[in-house]
Design a protein around this ligand. Structure first.
Ligand SMILES: C[C@H](O)CC(=O)SCCNC(=O)CCNC(=O)[C@H](O)C(C)(C)COP(=O)(O)OP(=O)(O)OC[C@H]1O[C@@H](n2cnc3c(N)ncnc32)[C@H](O)[C@@H]1OP(=O)(O)O
Ligand SMILES: NC(=O)c1ccc[n+]([C@@H]2O[C@H](COP(=O)([O-])OP(=O)(O)OC[C@H]3O[C@@H](n4cnc5c(N)ncnc54)[C@H](O)[C@@H]3O)[C@@H](O)[C@H]2O)c1
Length: 725
């Protein structure tokens, strides 16, 4: 393959008269422009050759296709590639050349047919798949719409309601379901895939099987009035669930056009809308997130050294509290045998009970069978001592946040665990160097910072010190992947990446409220911005005990830029500690529904009198935009410090950490991507102005000042980062 081209297709014509075209573009046979243009020439040749009666399309190495090459969207967005004429691929090639051809086509689907891959197969006249195949149109998840005819063909193959479900949720279906829906014509074992597809194609030629053009099917479509009602409902739901995104509604427009005005007009509408969505900011953000998420496992100096992950056969967890039980759940769910150690029988039983409850909730929801539950639970063994630690490959310590206890535990681990064993801590705040102070095992000490609930939250911060070996990081990256987490490798500092970046967010909110802003308006503006909840609702959820403990760490470590608000400590004195006590910034009813509390004013006024600050009329009347800026620009400022200090190696890692650790809206691309979309100059000037009026909490850091003065992007690599790693 030419090094400048991305992928190709090859065509082989058999003695039976079937031309087999194979999509080849590793690792997922994505449909790059090169693949698509090759496919077009293969088709032209197959249609013109007398020895070809029918065509089979398949993908190399057990994968049909993962869809259009997503990097192609980036090239169009950046202007490094000219977009082909609107509709050229979906209408000229896929519809007019392939579907309307005089010779039938059959798709032989192994592995996956996603996005453009499934769309290409839907333009074929039949689809044969293997049992494990995944079939879906996940485009909306990337900010684009199905653009190779999927908005028209899927409803015609599986019905409007199912098509809407598949498109709006981006969730694929398995082959068997695809078969019962009418999306797949036959499911056969892998070894029979090609022979069945060839035979099927010839049967179509010989009229023993029907020659079906999906685009012309109407039997699965509801009557027009009903279709309009279904689409109206879908629009209402979409507006509610994705209020900040335009592309799902634009996708529905394309679907509706096809149903109201016919599939050809629908295809034209799809092509027009498909071209428009590429330049939406939300689309740019989501595509950035797709690649950044996959990029977190590429760590310069670590993953480029040819190290192979060692096999982790058994893991021990110390502490079966909230975090330890969640981590144990995540591990046994991925088939790791786990030993859970606690201080006494009672606590051990409680810890195992929590793991059981985590799994039982899956059984209740129907996502886990009883047999699977039993099998998974059998991987968990309890322990009250270290005897069973003699053959573990990794230990994750998750006891209470107490430095001398952790130091003692690590000294014990050094004695009992084998020499190769990875010694990880789930600490949120304590310096890992201190934790390992009483050992000689610094090279195998690492942070494995999970987020609560650990079996649900997708992020894993892998914290390395100056001494952590590359091998240990490679091992942990592999475990992270196996337990389906997105790992981000960060350096050792207070709060690591996520908690450190987001600490100023809560502080900014407290500051604004003390100066007269309405906390409920702040929460509402932040939720509208796209966070799962506002800072005050979040404090209630986490609990004030944790909030105070974390705040103390930041006040001690970064005194020059922390805002010390007394609101939370004052409330806690009155036994209001958040949702768990049913009273915090909100009041909670039996169903845990939050309601504003007029009494809150009392605490705010008292905190204000302690801090000596005054109500600022400007801050009382903040617009939603100003609220977002004043709460998130301090986060950007701290993210810049984290980046400049080399705590994160790539700005994109901070984007993923913010999205997966804090719920920052993915369609804004993450914290640094969002900041760059606003511009460093503006952010710098706002922070600079506020710092002059309101103090050093807002003071822009040197990195932001430097980039802001030039208007340079904040996410550009740090050439001379004072790396701590
Ligand atoms: C016009 C059309 O309608 C528009 C489209 O088709 S848009 C594309 C629709 N398709 C998708 O959204 C599928 C996206 N891909 C995925 O969900 C997953 O990659 C997958 C399920 C295919 C495979 O998952 P998994 O095995 O875990 O591998 P994963 O790490 O995600 O991907 C492997 C590599 O393939 C790349 N890749 C996957 N799908 C790709 C695609 N469609 N385009 C370009 N690269 C792709 C990834 O970036 C990654 O590259 P890397 O190794 O350099 O980091
Ligand atoms: N709670 C969170 O949201 C969160 C998030 C990330 C990280 N963390 C960190 O995880 C760790 C645990 O937090 P948690 O919320 O699960 O605490 P927790 O209080 O719920 O659980 C701690 C458990 O450790 C046990 N324990 C204490 N000493 C032990 C010993 N010597 N041997 C075995 N077990 C022992 C206790 O009995 C208790 O069950 C802390 O370091 C915390 O900073 C917490």
């Amino acid at each position: 393959m030419d090094s400048r081209t991305k992928g190709k297709t090859v065509m082989e014509v058999g003695g039976d008269g079937v031309a087999v075209i194979t999509l080849i573009n590793p690792p997922v046979n994505s449909l790059s422009f090169d693949v698509l243009y090759n496919l077009k020439s293969n088709y032209e040749e197959a249609l013109s050759r007398n020895d070809v009666k029918a065509i089979v399309i398949t993908g190399a190495k057990g994968k049909f296709s993962g869809g259009f090459d997503i990097s192609g969207f980036g090239e169009i967005q950046k202007g490094t590639r000219k977009e082909p004429k609107v509709g050229y691929i979906s209408i000229d090639i896929i519809t007019d050349l392939l579907e309307a051809a005089r010779k039938p086509s059959v798709a032989a689907i192994d592995g996956l047919a996603l996005g453009g891959g499934l769309e290409l197969s839907m333009a074929c006249h039949a689809r044969i798949s293997t049992p494990g195949a995944q079939l879906g149109l996940p485009e909306l998840q990337l900010g684009v719409i199905p653009g190779f005819g999927g908005t028209q063909r899927l409803p015609r193959l599986v019905g409007l309601t199912k098509a809407l479900e598949m498109i709006l949720t981006s969730k694929p279906v398995r082959a068997e379901e695809g078969h019962s829906l009418g999306l797949i014509d036959a499911v056969v074992p892998s070894a029979e895939l090609l022979t069945t597809a060839r035979r099927w194609a010839l049967d179509i030629v010989e009229r023993r099987k029907p020659w079906i053009s999906s685009l012309l099917k109407t039997d699965k479509l509801p009557p027009l009035g009903e279709a309009r009602e279904i689409l109206k409902f879908a629009r209402g739901q979409t507006r509610k669930q994705a209020p900040n995104m335009k592309h799902p509604l634009m996708c529905l427009d394309a679907l509706e056009t096809g149903i109201v005005s016919g599939p050809r007009v629908g295809l034209e509408k799809e092509a027009e809308v498909g071209s428009q969505v590429i330049s939406l900011d939300t689309t740019k953000g989501l595509i950035h997130v797709f690649f950044s998420q996959r990029g977190t496992v590429k760590v310069p100096g670590v993953t480029d050294r040819g190290l192979m992950p060692r096999k982790i056969k058994k893991v021990a967890i110390i502490g079966g509290g909230l975090m330890g039980s969640g981590i144990a759940t995540a591990l046994i769910l991925s088939s790791y045998p786990v030993i859970l150690k606690e201080v006494n029988e009672k606590f051990l039983e409680a810890g195992i009970g929590r793991v059981k409850a985590n799994l039982q909730s899956r059984v209740r929801k129907g996502s886990m069978s009883k047999e699977k539950f039993e099998k998974t639970m059998s991987l968990l063994k309890g322990s009250l001592d270290y005897e069973s630690f003699r053959d573990v490959d990794m230990v994750i310590e998750a006891v209470i946040e107490n430095i001398s206890l952790k130091q003692q535990i690590f000294a014990d681990l050094e004695k009992y665990c084998p020499q190769h064993c990875i010694l990880a801590s789930n600490t949120s705040t304590i310096d890992l160097n201190k934790i390992g102070e009483r050992t000689k095992s610094q090279d195998r000490i690492v942070g494995a910072h999970f987020f609560s609930p650990a079996h649900v939250m997708p992020l894993l911060e892998i914290v390395r010190t100056n001494h952590t070996s590359a091998q240990v990081i490679v091992d942990l990256l592999d475990v992270g992947k196996k337990i389906k987490k997105t790992p981000v490798v960060v350096g050792n500092c207070t709060g690591f990446a996520v908690n450190r970046m987001f600490f100023p967010y809560t502080q900014a909110a407290m500051f604004l409220v003390e100066r007269g802003a309405d906390p409920y308006l702040i929460d509402s503006a932040v939720s509208k911005f796209g966070m799962p909840m506002g800072p005050f609702r979040l404090c209630d959820l986490v609990g004030f005990g944790v909030a105070i403990a974390t705040a103390t760490q930041f006040i001690e470590n970064f005194p020059e830029r922390t805002y010390k608000s007394m609101i939370i400590p004052l409330m806690q004195e009155d036994k209001r500690a958040g949702e768990a006590t049913r009273k915090g910034f909100y009041l909670y009813d039996d169903k845990r529904k939050a309601k504003p509390d007029p009494e809150l004013k009392k605490y705010i006024e008292k905190a204000r009198s302690i801090s000596g600050g005054n109500v600022d009329p400007k801050l009382v009347k903040l617009s939603e935009k100003e609220i977002i800026e004043m709460t998130f620009f301090p986060v950007v400022n701290e993210a810049c410090r984290v980046f400049a200090e080399g705590i994160a190696v790539k700005a994109a890692d901070l984007d993923i950490a913010a999205i997966m650790g804090m719920g920052f809206p993915p369609y804004r691309g993450g914290i640094m991507f969002w900041a760059d979309s606003i511009g460093s100059k503006y952010i710098y000037s706002r922070l600079d102005e506020w710092s002059k009026t309101y103090g050093d909490f807002f003071k822009p850091c040197a990195f932001l000042a430097e980039r802001g003065s030039k208007g340079a992007p904040l996410s550009a690599p740090v050439e001379q980062a004072r790396s701590r790693l």
